[in-house]
Design a binder for this molecule. Structure first.
Ligand code: IPM
Ligand code: MN
Length: 342
């Protein structure tokens, strides 16, 4: 029998609520699809600081070592970047696929969202988030700096991931860059260097500011979007607007061995925390990506089907702009509906 070990790192804010919800769904699914999951819970963020003396402790790192996946909730800032760096989770995959039942939840016209199916491939362990930085003082006052630094090899390796994804999808790749202002980071040239191994993929290069506009004006034109760490972060929130709520998006962050960190794209949502109203679908979408990575495709497909069925029936958490006639549901109610439908 197939057996998997998952490390759950709930973190802060709505993290614990959405992670427990997704785990309940995962365990139910496992039973039905003939595999089993052992869940080890660990600390990250504020609770880790209190109990273990740091946002991302060696205890948590050791717990994650050798697992089949990490399911992460949310933190305000501490611990997440260290976790991503520790296991070299450089390839962040963020699918953007509006649900046919939620087209009215997006500010875009429904016809603009029809059949939108985008994958953002975001570099996650380098760039502006990890370059040399500091604060100091000079004669004209104090100053701070962060450095957007990429080795050519870091760009080539994330490019290969994006090209492979495009080869498996609709054969189109758009590179997000800012070469008119940042010419020392030649993303286009470096991607073109590795692109010939992916013969059927057409590669297009786009300034990230224009890309942000195109994503809103004409999202149907995109297949895979490749972006560095900061640009990918910003573009994925536009993805949240396209699907109607950032609360729906899940992401997978993989290293070269295929080991992965799975998390919702949203943050701690402290305004919603503890009220039992958070949307668990982002974390459930992350579980779907984990199942796909394990090769548990029928279980992954089932999750997606049930989600569509519940949204089509009008069940909505508060973030999904409920309309008259929709049924507003709390986190726990949505989980129960999920279990029934499974
Ligand atoms: C995300 C988040 C994180 C990021 C924050 C919490 C550091 O916004 O995963 O998109 O910027 O990567
Ligand atoms: Mn973000």
């Amino acid at each position: 029998p197939r057996h998997y070990r998952v490390v759950a790192l709930p973190g802060e804010g709505i993290g614990p609520e959405v992670v427990e919800s997704a785990l309940t769904v995962l365990q139910h699914l496992a039973q039905q699809h003939g595999f089993s999951v052992q869940i080890d819970r660990g600390l990250i963020g504020q609770p880790a600081l209190v109990k273990q003396g740091s946002y991302f402790s060696e205890v948590t790192a050791q717990l994650c070592q050798g697992a089949d996946g990490i399911l992460f909730g949310a933190v305000t800032q501490g611990g997440l970047l260290e976790l991503r760096k520790r296991f070299d989770f450089f390839a962040n995959l963020r699918p953007i696929r509006p649900s046919p039942s939620l087209l009215q939840a997006s500010p875009l016209k429904p016809e603009r969202l029809q059949d939108v199916d985008i994958l953002i491939v975001r570099e996650l362990t380098s760039g502006l988030y990890f370059g040399p930085c500091g604060r100091s003082i000079e004669v004209d006052g104090s100053y701070g700096y962060h450095t957007m630094r990429y080795t050519d090899n870091e760009i080539r390796r994330i490019a290969k991931v994006a090209l492979q994804k495009a080869a498996d999808r609709r054969h189109h790749l758009t590179i997000a860059h800012k070469e008119n202002a940042l010419p020392c980071l030649p993303w286009t040239r470096l991607v073109q260097e590795v692109a010939p191994s992916f013969a059927h993929v057409t590669v297009e290069s786009m300034l990230v500011d224009n890309l942000a506009m195109q994503l809103v004006m004409n999202p149907q034109r995109f297949d895979v979007i490749l972006a560095g760490n900061l640009f990918g972060d910003i573009l994925s929130d536009i993805g949240g607007a396209l699907v109607g709520s950032i609360g729906l998006l899940g992401s997978a962050s993989l290293n070269a061995d295929g080991f992965g960190l799975y998390e919702a794209v949203h943050g701690t949502a402290s305004d919603l925390a503890g009220r039992g109203v958070a949307n668990p679908l982002g974390t459930i979408a992350a579980v779907e990506l984990m199942l796909q990575q394990w090769g548990e495709t029928s279980a992954a497909d089932r999750l997606r089907q049930v989600q569509e069925q519940l949204l089509a029936a009008g069940y909505r958490t508060l973030d999904l702009s409920p309309q008259p006639g929709d049924q507003i549901v709390a986190t726990q109610e949505l989980v129960e509906l999920f279990l029934q439908a499974l």
